[in-house]
Design a protein around this ligand. Structure first.
Ligand SMILES: [Zn+2]
Ligand SMILES: [Zn+2]
Length: 270
């Protein structure tokens, strides 16, 4: 995951060393504690971006541990709720994780391809799921990188009509190969004008400061643009498309454990 690189290079400040990154972990259960009931030795399991939360606030009760009122504990560079030590991630021989934060890996999935589902997979599945994407939904995905390609595959599997939006034609072939039906070049004014009010949901995966206002007019009335990439400032937002069409700009962060398991099962089935 690119977050690993950001953390190791201290791109966001505050990195403490020594640090073992890695929050897309797949492996076998080596042993279990005496109170563990869900898993046994030898099970194929996974651990994603978090390893603990308070498990008693309204958000945790609602299976949204990523939004825990006391803060989720990140799989690495988090603060262990028991020892107070810094958590260390998946580029290690083994990890110790409480069972509530461990996921079953469906047998139908190729193990060598599961890891990205635990971060990019759930990051894109969650907003598609929360905003009710189903057969016939019109979904656009801005950017076709680590997050974008997962968004396309998940949305296609949900039955949506999917359009990838890129700055040039360079990713068109990949987009179509991944299952997208359409490709839109954001620097082509005519194409953008023709796509006005064309989407129910836009998943914006662009990881840097950018202009949202070129995308919001592409939403239909009551449509939503969900930011899953950039964490921080964006360009000045033009509110006209928001007011004139009750369009929304929202954000989304990974997903809860229950939803992550649903996502793995969904990917296993599809
Ligand atoms: Zn990640
Ligand atoms: Zn909580």
């Amino acid at each position: 995951c690119h977050t690993d690189l950001h953390a190791v290079r201290n791109d966001w400040g505050g990195t403490k060393y020594p640090l073992v990154p890695g929050h897309e972990i797949v492996g076998k259960v080596m042993s279990v504690g005496s109170d563990v009931t869900k898993y046994k030795q030898g099970d194929t399991v996974a651990v994603g971006c978090m390893v603990d939360s308070c498990k008693s606030c309204d958000q945790c009760d609602n299976h949204e541990e990523q939004l825990c009122r006391e803060g989720m504990v990140g799989t690495y560079a988090g603060k262990d709720r028991i020892s107070g030590e810094m958590t260390q991630g998946g580029y290690s021989k083994h990890v110790v994780v409480r069972e509530e934060f461990v996921l079953f890996v469906p047998q139908t999935l190729d193990l060598s391809r599961v890891a990205p589902l635990l971060c990019a997979g759930i990051t894109t599945y969650s907003p598609l799921h929360k905003w009710g994407v189903k057969k016939g939904s019109r979904v656009a995905v801005v950017g076709l990188g680590g997050l974008g390609h997962m968004a396309v595959k998940n949305a296609v599997a949900m039955g949506a009509t999917v359009t990838v939006i890129g700055r040039s034609e360079s990713k068109k072939e990949d987009a179509i190969t991944l299952g997208a039906q359409h490709y839109l070049v954001s620097t082509n004014d005519d194409e953008m004008k023709d796509a006005k009010s064309a989407f129910d949901l836009i998943i914006d995966t662009v990881p840097v400061k950018h202009d949202l206002s070129i995308y919001t007019p592409l939403l239909d009335i009551d449509g939503t643009l969900v930011i899953v990439g950039q964490i921080g400032p964006v360009d000045e937002v033009n509110t006209v498309p928001l007011l004139m069409g009750r369009r929304r700009i929202a954000g989304s962060l990974i997903g809860g454990i229950k939803e992550t398991q649903e996502m793995l099962d969904f990917c296993g089935e599809n």
